[in-house]
Design a protein around this ligand. Sequence first.
Ligand code: NDP
Ligand code: 2IT
Length: 449
Amino acid sequence: MGNGLGKVIQPIYDEVIARNPAEKEFHQAVREVLESLGPVLAKHPEFGEHKIIQRICEPERQIIFRIPWTTDKGEDMINRGFRVQFNSALGPYKGGLRFHPTVYLGIIKFLGFEQIFKNALTGMPIGGAKGGSDFDPKGKSDSEIMRFCQSLMTELHRHIGEHTDVPAGDIGVSAREIGFMYGQYKRLSNKWEAGVLTGKGLAWGGSLVRKEATGYGAVFFVHEMLKARGDDFEGKICTVSGSGNVAIYTIEKIHQLGGKCVACSDSGGVIYHEKGLDLDLIKQLKEVDRRRISEYTKHHKDAVYKEKGNIWEIPCHVAMPSATENELDGKDAAMLVKNGCIAVGEGANMPTTPEGVEVFLKAKIAYGPGKAANAGGVATSALEMQQNAMRDAWSFEETEVKLHKIMKNIHQLCYETAEEYGEPGNYVVGANIAGFVKVARAMLAHGVI
Ligand code: NDP
Ligand code: 2IT
């Protein structure tokens, strides 16, 4: 972190910047991985000889398209759609779709790049991709959402398929949107091809535990980090940013493991409830009524809502950023450490800035980077694909046991890889190297393509 990249890797990074100007999140994600790779090239000169890093940084295919749709009032609207099919060395492209007004190519490329290594860490046969649109779902009616999803799929259906590319959800895309997109895909392709999308409804090919998987998986990962230090969740005060899919099921699993989650948030502000968050209420507000988290205080007079507040100011033992990228900076990290935080597990993708990561690593707290800690979502998507291929449906318990095992394996792989490369306890180095080596080996085997 903040290290020089070294004589061999610096020019590779410089070229990535020159070829992809003004995509700052993509630059950040690439730099963070490349900072770990010097010792890998030293150990595996064949990766350097065959320009594996340069090839990994160049997406295999990038699709950008127009999404026209009409509002309920009859106004014609135009959005931009993206699908970046980054790497298929390990399996069909796999990764979510994000609907958020901040989406542009640089966001999709950072997410797609991270997804390559995350998916490799799961040990499942899936390549890396990401997509989405600058469409803002907030305040839209169900029929507007439906028309938008249909229009998006009218183009996207040409580029995806169960053996080609399998999208899923991300910010702003849940089972409702996956349903509308699946319906349009089925209509255009004239096929019942359940494995083309994951995160489907349970009645039509979805998997139990997929909804819970990212949050549960992130908590399992943190639990493993705590266990490696002779500790666990019992009695731990926790804070979880966001109040969407990942945050909700992170809070649920923390409570199941004996921790107490006292704060969550959305882009409007922070809720603090000292006696522990009422998760049933949060689910009702966010999943059913699609309301803002500020309404929590209407039901609990002893809770506090701070508009535009900073959740990282609240003292906790475990912090789990689960909203969005760069939501936790160097100052926030220093404050968390000062207030006694001993573990951070990233439910979101790249939520901690490079300065924040440096603070956590220097303080030697247990820090689980997103590409390892939040891999449970995509891993359970791969379990959904397995069930679809077998025309089978597993029980909740059976699926959760598989997820738990996958998260333990990811933890162990990152832990052992960090030790092997002389950085014990550094899960950033462990995750980057372990993910990269799996993909690099497959790319070498496939020749120069
Ligand atoms: P949701 O749309 O369900 O929830 C997103 C939450 O984050 C909301 O509370 C939202 O607040 C908040 N948020 C989003 N963007 C911003 C922003 N720019 N500033 C402040 N708050 C923001 O998304 P998910 O829970 O699915 O995703 C959360 C994170 O987890 C993302 O980083 C995503 O990439 C990552 N992730 C998701 C996986 C999944 O399976 N869903 C898997 C792995 C990672 P508001 O409602 O006010 O916008
Ligand atoms: O960031 C992610 O890993 C996701 N949004 C989930 C991707 C997936 O294909 O389930």
